[in-house]
Ligand binder design. Structure first.
Ligand code: NAP
Length: 486
């Protein structure tokens, strides 16, 4: 279930928020501690979906300004008024839990016994869970701060343990490293996950919008399926478009598959902990080289480039590929064949390396120019082609000009890697930068009669190639394009 917390500060706004939240929520959580004028009777009468009444203590991340006696009184009132659930902190002690058990006997109200740790995810959560369960919690809730991606595994273990015990549990990790638990917990068997009504209405760090949980990650559709897990491994990952593209493509082709962002610093621990969970990965900076240490096989061209951006699991073997090469080549060859064309490539970084190998493989006559000519020279030596500094563009004749530098990328959208004077009619200009989708270089090139290719095409092609490697299916590329957020 998706639970939307109501964090309004007045009863009036809470009533409005509840009405909106009910469009997406299966269940609501009223954070009474946020309310300056709590009118529980009014709210409980108005709500159409089941409601958890929570009045969080300040030392557990809440905002309740009154005394402990007043707080407990509010929860007692919630039981009398017929709340579906009340949240009682485990830190109140087992006696308080017992009192509420007696109070709720014979009523509709069920007790969520909750425990929060805002610093870390400790190792020994199993013992805590057992104590909470033995004390008679209807639903055990354990929420911790994830300081690494592997902290989520401790939470997943708790969910599996609770399932074995037939015990309902809410178990999540907070913070950017814990985002995956908010998506995966309900799919692995947790009672619910929290999703915010909209940005700015979060009740805890790392909370995802409820609409994204439903529409992007499809937690409701995938529940009760044996879903296949994919994701992006990198640091940072929060600008990733993959979550939109791949999840939409999975949905379109009715695949029980899910794509999430794994924020990973320690690649070795991640690969050890998550290998059993994943069916395939996208790899981004800073792990594109290091990932090769954890793979059974690496495609020869990816090995030559020295970078893997796609991992596929086949029969428990992990195989690495680089789809930037096919992504770029397909984008160019949709406009013009590369064979025997004079190609000037600007840049000698990661993307330029992949493109240079792709162009050489297709028979393009390549010259590599870079701000730091030494780096261009190193790459050119591998491919037996010419190299130089960026200024040499003035003296070169080209059929195809490729920008493989980061010049022109947001926020420096007014910058160009070459002067306008080199943009003559008939030249094919491909800018790998895809944020913005149309760079200044492409605008100027079009205005001067050049044929232009956007980095968006390369980006979509490489994502589509990943999708095909993972699923064996043709990627619905136009469906993927329609959900790009650039
Ligand atoms: P990278 O490894 O850091 O390489 C950056 C390249 O840009 C280097 O050649 C660098 O030259 C050059 N450069 C940086 N600032 C410059 C400046 N002010 N003037 C001239 N040259 C400059 O980065 P990358 O991973 O290759 O990414 C490069 C660009 O590719 C990114 O901006 C991104 O937009 C784009 N990209 C596109 C796709 C796609 O699918 N379309 C995928 C990934 C990346 P030095 O060697 O002199 O430092």
């Amino acid at each position: 279930m998706i639970c939307v917390p109501i964090t309004a500060i007045t009863t009036g706004v809470a009533l409005q928020d509840i009405q909106q939240a009910e469009e997406v929520a299966d269940i609501l959580e009223l954070r009474v501690d946020y309310l300056a004028d709590p009118d529980l009777a009014k709210i409980l009468t108005a709500r159409k979906k089941p409601l958890i009444v929570t009045c969080r203590k300040t030392d557990e991340g809440g905002k309740f300004p009154g005394t402990e006696a007043e707080r407990i009184q509010l929860l007692e009132e919630a039981v009398r008024l017929g709340a579906d659930y009340i949240d009682v902190e485990w830190s109140c002690g087992p006696e308080v839990l017992q009192r509420f058990k007696e109070l709720t006997r014979g009523t509709r109200t069920r007790i969520i016994s909750s425990w929060h740790n805002f610093q870390e995810t400790p190792q020994n959560l199993g013992g805590l869970y057992t104590s909470m369960r033995s004390a008679g919690a209807d639903i055990v809730k354990i929420v911790t701060q994830a300081n690494s991606i592997n902290d989520n595994l401790k939470i997943f273990d708790l969910i599996f343990q609770a399932q074995e015990d037939d015990q309902e549990i809410i178990a999540l990790c907070m913070g950017p490293h814990g985002e995956i638990s908010r998506i995966l917990a309900p799919l692995l068997g947790a009672f619910l996950t929290f999703g915010s009504l909209r940005q700015g209405k979060e009740s805890a760090p790392g909370q995802i919008e409820a609409r994204s949980l439903r529409d992007v990650f499809r937690v409701r559709d995938l529940k009760d399926t044996d879903f296949r897990l994919y994701g992006l491994v990198g640091n940072p990952v929060n600008q990733s478009q993959g979550i939109y593209l791949h999840n939409r493509a999975f949905q379109h082709l009715q695949q029980d598959s899910l794509y999430v962002n794994f924020l990973v610093e320690d690649l070795a621990s991640f690969m050890r902990g998550f290998k059993g969970y994943i069916c395939g990965l996208s790899i981004t900076m800073p792990h594109k080289q290091k990932i090769m240490d954890y793979l059974t096989e690496v495609d020869p061209i990816a090995r030559r480039i020295g970078a893997v951006n796609t991992v596929v699991k086949r029969k428990n073997k992990l195989i690495g590929y680089n789809t930037d090469i096919t992504g770029a080549v397909q984008a160019i060859e949709a406009v013009t064949p590369l064979a025997d064309k004079k190609v000037v490539l600007l840049g000698a970084g990661g993307v330029a390396r992949a493109i240079a190998h792709g162009v050489a493989k297709q028979g393009g006559r390549l010259t590599i120019l870079n701000r730091t000519p030494g780096r261009a020279q190193t790459l050119a030596r591998e491919l037996f082609c010419r190299s130089g500094g960026l200024e040499e563009i003035q003296n070169l004749e080209a059929d195809i000009l490729i920008n493989g530098t980061s010049v022109g990328m947001a926020p420096q959208t007014e910058e160009m890697p070459v002067p306008e004077s080199v943009l003559r009619p008939g030249l094919v200009v491909f800018d790998t930068v895809y944020h913005p989708a149309e760079t200044r270089l492409l605008k100027e090139a079009r205005a001067r009669g050049c044929l232009t290719i956007s980095g968006v095409d390369m980006f979509l092609n490489q994502a589509a190639a990943q999708f095909t490697l993972w699923t064996g299916l043709e990627a619905p590329i136009e469906v993927m394009r329609s959900v790009l957020k650039l």
